[in-house]
Write a protein that binds this ligand. Structure first.
Ligand SMILES: C[S@@+](CC[C@H](N)C(=O)[O-])C[C@H]1O[C@@H](n2cnc3c(N)ncnc32)[C@H](O)[C@@H]1O
Length: 312
């Protein structure tokens, strides 16, 4: 392994305000967190985390490939301008390159096991062993190049909703995970619905490679299939359960196709939707095809739980 010689990048974003701004810290934290989530969808970004200085001021740190520095710095600047300036804050962006240790090793210290769905599912990194009392159903997931570690609100919303469906006795035979990233939702669904076969799709081949690795690590190759592509890779299976944690730019145009490839009575979980965007997404997924069952909020993100009209 040549990991010791790897060069990697951290991008740091903070928000300067002219006033005594500690009142603004919660809003700035949310905005920086959202910026980190947007950057995390990039194939050259490994992940992001929030830090706070001794006064409680938030800082976003993004871990990324050094080769993408210029492009990512520009992207970070653009996104930070659009989310921080309206709050009265000036974004301060800087990049640092590092050498001599793998960024994944550094990032590891921010990983902790996480429990979803009120004790239904454990997601843990491979280097932290199970502890007594941990949920029996688990997904092992290490940080990698693909979005989806369980730390982000949009992922959390989906895992909690999946656990709720499982608790309510839902037993889908097939599940579609559109925009699978690391494969976390596909793996979570496979654990929560032990009889289900899961098709996991992502446009990004780096994500599908990571997802396939994660499927192998979890020993779920017989039930979770990972494909590179868009919604057309879903085929025409009438899925009784579909999940898509993607931004509305993708969710809106695929609404008719998702209605065609889900069965009557199917459940659909949509995530990746900011609170202020959810009315528009709900309007695209409305009667006569869909019924809105719930729209839980986590931070500034919302998920939609929908049910296809008709008898399942
Ligand atoms: C926010 S991540 C979600 C990852 C994971 N499912 C989770 O919940 O943490 C969205 C993923 O959707 C993928 N994606 C974006 N547009 C897509 C499309 N049109 N079809 C399939 N996947 C897409 C991205 O590559 C990214 O991996």
């Amino acid at each position: 392994m040549t990991a010791a010689l790897e060069r990697w990048l951290t991008l740091h974003a903070t928000a300067n305000t002219s006033s005594l701004a500690s009142d603004l810290y919660p809003q700035l934290t949310d905005a920086l967190d959202a910026i980190g989530a947007i950057l995390a969808a990039d194939r050259d970004v490994g992940g992001s985390e929030m830090r706070t200085d001794s006064l409680g001021a938030p800082e976003l740190v993004v871990y990324a490939r050094v080769e993408a520095r210029e492009r990512l710095e520009q992207q970070l600047r653009t996104v930070a301008d659009s989310l921080l300036i309206p709050l009265g804050a000036a974004p301060d962006i800087r990049g640092e390159t590092h050498e001599g240790s793998d960024w994944r090793e550094v990032w590891k210290q921010f990983y902790r096991p996480m429990v979803f769905g009120a004790g239904a599912l454990l997601v843990r990194p491979s280097w932290i062993p199970r502890r007594r009392g941990d949920p029996e159903r688990e997904v092992i997931l290490d940080p990698g190049q693909a979005f989806g570690t369980g730390q982000h609100e949009t992922t959390r919303l989906c895992l909690n909703l999946l656990a709720r469906l499982a608790r309510d006795g839902d037993q889908p035979k097939t599940v579609l995970d559109l925009g699978t990233g690391s494969g976390i939702l596909a793996l979570g669904a496979a654990r929560l619905f032990p009889a289900a076969r899961v098709r996991a799709i992502d446009l990004d081949p780096v994500a599908t490679e990571a997802a396939r690795d994660n499927v192998r690590v979890n020993g779920l190759q017989d039930r979770v299939e990972v494909l590179t592509g868009d919604i057309n890779a879903a085929g025409i299976d009438p899925y009784p359960l579909a999940i898509a944690n993607i931004r509305p730019e993708v969710l809106l145009p695929v609404a008719p196709q998702l209605a065609r490839i889900t069965s009557p009575g199917a459940n659909l979980l949509l995530s990746g939707i900011l609170d202020e965007e959810h009315d528009a997404v709900a309007a695209a997924y409305a009667a006569p095809a869909w019924r809105l069952l719930d729209r839980p909020l986590d931070g500034e993100w919302r998920a939609l739980l929908l049910q296809r009209e008709g008898v399942g």
